[in-house]
Design a protein around this ligand. Structure first.
Ligand SMILES: Cc1cc2nc3c(=O)[nH]c(=O)nc-3n(C[C@H](O)[C@H](O)[C@H](O)COP(=O)(O)OP(=O)(O)OC[C@H]3O[C@@H](n4cnc5c(N)ncnc54)[C@H](O)[C@@H]3O)c2cc1C
Length: 492
């Protein structure tokens, strides 16, 4: 089967890229591991950050750069934000049912986060996009998991998939767009869905692409012990953090208190929980909670807590992979024919700490751009060979997650990182025979990249905190990793 564009993944980035490519008249194959409505997008609560008109653009830019701690690339941020309003208009045309008033989230100095269906923004967004996903040029392949990229020399010309029947199938295309989302499932407590097994990072790495800044894992400050999320917007609308002694503590850590950037709040919660035995979120200041935040309300009840009666226990959970496959402003990776967008990519927007609600925006803008660039550069695919498909016994996953928690959590240090890498080295991949084995090997690769990145980044910046290097390096640098090479510092 030949297509102009093979898109892998059907979250916001993949779906929006597909809509853009179809509008341009392309032949598109959209293959996704589960059902179409899958990935983290489906679960996004808070919303999409859009500059509130041209006068707000410089402020949105500044907030993004401040959160990114010197590692966001200003020209990338500027260029993405300049296009944001165009995509907001497009979403309105498509019928995304945005609620009328934008809200404010941590790190944003103004209300600019648009939400839909209260706190079910991702669900509203994705189901609207999927309603429009049809057309003659489109073939959708659900329950097709990409196992490896197919390469003709360095050029990526397709991918090999695990099919619903348990076999393998190769799909070739003029260009390949990775939109496979995150890797949160390597951590024991995560907000990410089951699909987030780091496949895209591992596939790109094995094919020889450059990945960067993999050590920056964003921990969402306020997850329930079940992993259920309490959106940042709840703090934007009055919820307060208290420790086990009932004391409000955030004003001691940051002038913006509960609305400080995520890395600051997550570290403060970690320290207060260690000091006093626990941290709780008091949602009672929010008027009409069940109506304004129906998902949060439901998550709390499912975890056995009535948030209108007492503060609910919270702690940070692995939430977002800030680093990823290095791309330019058009989603081009370092391999010809391979594009990457959304959470799997590192476009330069998020720096060392993603500003809340900037990722759905990135998925939209970069999804559209990469589709356009990929079609312009699409070639007739010739032969090519698949990279290998390593596997790992899935029974190793609990131990891998213990390593991730102990060595690559909110606070890191050299000794634990080295120990983590040593423990990880005991788990040697072998050829995969099942999808679960392939996913386990991908999680292992993702963890190795995180640990190595965290070891080589000898500073503390944004979401990466080293006890033994608590200061920021004077000059920010990206940390690039490629197969067979020692991690490399690339100054901004
Ligand atoms: C609970 C939660 C709440 C969030 N809230 C917000 C928010 O309010 N605002 C915001 O901006 N961001 C939010 N985020 C982050 C944001 O949702 C994600 O970063 C974003 O949706 C990622 O989009 P994506 O298209 O890159 O990936 P995803 O939406 O994760 O989609 C990835 C797709 O790839 C598929 N896939 C994975 N591996 C393979 C494979 N091997 N082969 C084929 N297909 C594959 C998956 O099945 C899925 O379809 C939240 C995240 C979570 C988990």
């Amino acid at each position: 089967m030949h297509a102009d564009l093979l898109i892998i993944g059907s979250g916001v980035a993949g779906t929006y890229a597909a809509l853009t490519a179809l509008k341009a008249g392309a032949r598109v194959v959209l293959a996704t591991k589960g059902a179409l409505a899958s990935g983290s997008t489906r679960w996004a609560q808070g919303g999409i950050a859009f500059p509130q008109g041209p006068t707000d653009l410089p402020h949105h830019l500044e907030d993004t750069l401040t959160a990114g701690r010197g590692l966001s690339e200003p020209q990338v941020v500027q260029s993405l934000l300049e296009e944001a309003l165009l995509h907001k208009e497009r979403l309105l045309e498509l019928g995304v049912p945005f609620d009328p008033t934008p809200t404010r989230e941590g790190g944003h100095r103004r209300p600019r986060v648009l939400h839909a269906w209260g706190d079910a923004t991702g669900h509203a967004l994705l189901s609207t996009l999927l309603k429009h996903l049809h057309g003659e040029g489109l073939e959708v392949l659900e329950h097709h998991a990409a196992l490896a990229l197919v390469q003709d020399g360095a050029r990526v010309v397709g991918a090999v998939f695990w099919t619903p029947g348990g076999g393998r199938r190769t799909i070739r295309a003029g260009a390949v767009l990775l939109a496979t989302g995150g890797l949160g499932r390597i951590y024991p407590v995560t907000t990410n869905p089951h699909e987030a097994t780091g496949d895209g990072f591992a596939l790109a790495y094995r094919a020889g692409a450059v990945l960067r800044d993999m050590e920056f894992i964003q921990f969402h400050p306020t997850a329930l012990p079940t992993g259920g999320l309490i959106t940042e917007a709840a703090r934007g609308e009055g919820a307060l953090l208290v420790n086990a002694r009932g004391e409000r503590f955030m004003p001691r850590y940051a002038p913006a208190a509960e609305l400080a950037p995520r890395d600051v709040v997550a570290r403060a919660i970690y320290l207060e929980a260690k000091r006093t035995g626990g941290v709780f979120l008091d949602l009672r200041p929010i008027p009409n909670l069940p109506r304004r935040f129906p998902t949060v309300w439901q998550n709390c009840l499912e975890a056995g807590h009535d948030p209108t009666r007492a503060p609910v226990p919270v702690h940070p959970a692995a939430h977002y992979a800030i680093g990823g496959v290095k791309t330019d402003l058009w989603g081009r990776t370092t391999l010809p024919g391979l594009f990457a967008v959304g959470e799997v990519a590192s476009s330069g927007l998020h720096g060392a700490n993603r500003l809340a609600s900037n990722s759905l925006l990135e998925g939209l803008v970069m999804g559209a751009r990469a589709a356009q660039a990929a079609l312009e550069e699409s070639v007739s695919p010739r032969g090519g060979e698949a990279t290998e498909v390593p596997g790992l016994d899935p029974h190793a996953l609990p131990e891998l997650r213990r390593i991730a928690h102990a060595s690559a959590g909110i606070v890191r240090e050299r000794r634990e990182l080295e120990e983590g890498l040593e423990r990880l080295a005991r788990y040697r991949p072998r050829p995969a025979e099942t999808l679960l084995e392939a996913e386990a090997a991908n999680l292992r690769t993702a963890l190795e990249l995180i640990l190595k990145g965290a070891l080589f980044r000898e500073e503390s910046r944004g979401a990466h905190y080293r006890l033994d290097h608590p200061q920021e390096a004077p000059r920010p640098y990206h940390l690039e990793q490629a197969r067979g090479a020692v991690p490399r510092r690339v100054p901004l």
